[in-house]
Design a protein around this ligand. Structure first.
Ligand code: CA
Ligand code: CA
Ligand code: CA
Ligand code: CA
Length: 347
């Protein structure tokens, strides 16, 4: 039988489709598995009782497979604030609570430690919502810096979680990798203009660290920039909420395997750079508007759990192990055959 003349083109189109699917941007996280629970002595600080619990995240599941957190962790996380526009120098945190309104999570003295905690009991509420209101802020960008640089492995990814009402699947934000930084870890050059994550592109809901699909939360505001050691104000219940997650590969951000970067930055979705260099100065109000709103598609509504500072890597599939085993068996048989012929007496 003759092959269909159109067959090769059909195969080419199919391959192109697969490539296109592979090149799509962020991927929804559909499930989380947890490891061991650490529970240290409670701390009462600034009007909040912290139960000092951490349950490590073992894996996340996505449409492109399972990922674990075996990559490097950021050295520091820095909030960049426009302190000249008159917006409030606030940080509003939120946290999952027990039946006595106690914070399941850990006391963190500043915003950097909060993100480095990788603890899904806690996070930052609407960090990019600008204004002078009691829960609004002057935050324009959040930089994750890897001292000495970090070289991207194949399929290396970042994972972030938002806190949502039932039926909502995450708020939008922009993310970009920076390729150069000064001695204190401040970005001086970006790889490109980054990736704009659209609202409602997360998966979920996924289990919180209490291993339930929803939990009760409170928020609290600190009015001293990044410092979270003072007395909290406006401590308020914010209801029953759900965790939703997203996975972003560096390739999704236009950063290819083998590239050495100095870190990455999170920013509001209203940051609209024309060129990569536009992202450097967070005080440039052309690209970092100081009136970012949490309403509508204002992009100030994204909440970030205290997570995302450690690089996620694909968990090898069982089939990969199978192929590796086949390869090793083949190599062993080949070695045995060579040995046999070496040892065989001359005919
Ligand atoms: Ca405790
Ligand atoms: Ca949210
Ligand atoms: Ca802004
Ligand atoms: Ca929000």
């Amino acid at each position: 039988m003759q092959p269909h003349p159109k067959a090769p083109r059909f195969i080419v189109n199919l391959l192109l489709l697969v490539l296109c699917l592979d090149a799509q941007a962020q991927t929804a996280v559909s499930a989380v598995t947890y490891g061991t629970l650490t529970d240290n002595a409670n701390i009462t600080q600034g009007g909040i009782t912290y139960l000092e619990r951490t349950r490590t995240v073992s894996t996340v599941t996505s449409g492109i497979g399972d990922f674990n957190f075996t990559g490097p962790i950021a050295t520091s996380v820095t909030f960049r604030r426009n302190t000249t526009a008159g917006n409030a120098n606030n940080t509003t945190i939120f946290y999952q609570i027990d039946g006595s309104n106690r914070d399941y999570g850990t006391y963190e003295p500043n915003t950097s430690e909060l993100f480095l905690s990788n603890n899904l009991y806690q996070g930052v509420r609407n960090p990019f919502e600008n204004g002078t209101g009691s829960t609004q802020s002057n935050i324009e960008r959040i930089d994750f810096y890897f001292s000495g640089g970090y070289t991207v492995n194949t399929n290396d990814a970042l994972v972030f979680f938002d806190l949502e009402n039932a039926g909502n699947f995450g708020d939008g934000f922009r993310i970009a990798a920076f390729t150069a930084a000064d001695g204190s870890g401040t970005p001086t050059a970006y790889a490109n203009t980054g990736l704009l994550v659209a609202p409602d592109s997360f998966g979920g809901p996924v289990n919180n660290p209490q291993l339930t699909s929803s939990g009760n939360y409170r928020r609290a505001t600190f009015t001293n920039g990044d410092n979270l050691s003072g007395t909290a104000s406006g401590i308020t219940g914010i209801g029953t909420l759900e965790l939703v997650g997203i996975l972003i590969r560096f390739s999704d951000m236009g950063v290819s395997t083998g590239t050495t970067i100095q870190g990455f930055s999170l920013m509001a979705g209203d940051v609209a750079p024309v060129a990569a260099a536009d992202l450097v100065n967070w005080n440039n109000t052309t690209y970092y508007p100081t009136n970012t709103s949490a309403a509508g598609a204002g992009y100030g509504n994204m909440d970030f759990m205290g997570f995302g500072s450690r690089i996620a890597r694909p968990v090898p599939e069982p089939s990969t192990y199978g192929l590796m085993l086949l390869g090793m068996t083949g190599a062993f048989l080949g070695w045995r055959r060579r040995r046999k012929s070496v040892n065989a007496p001359a005919a």
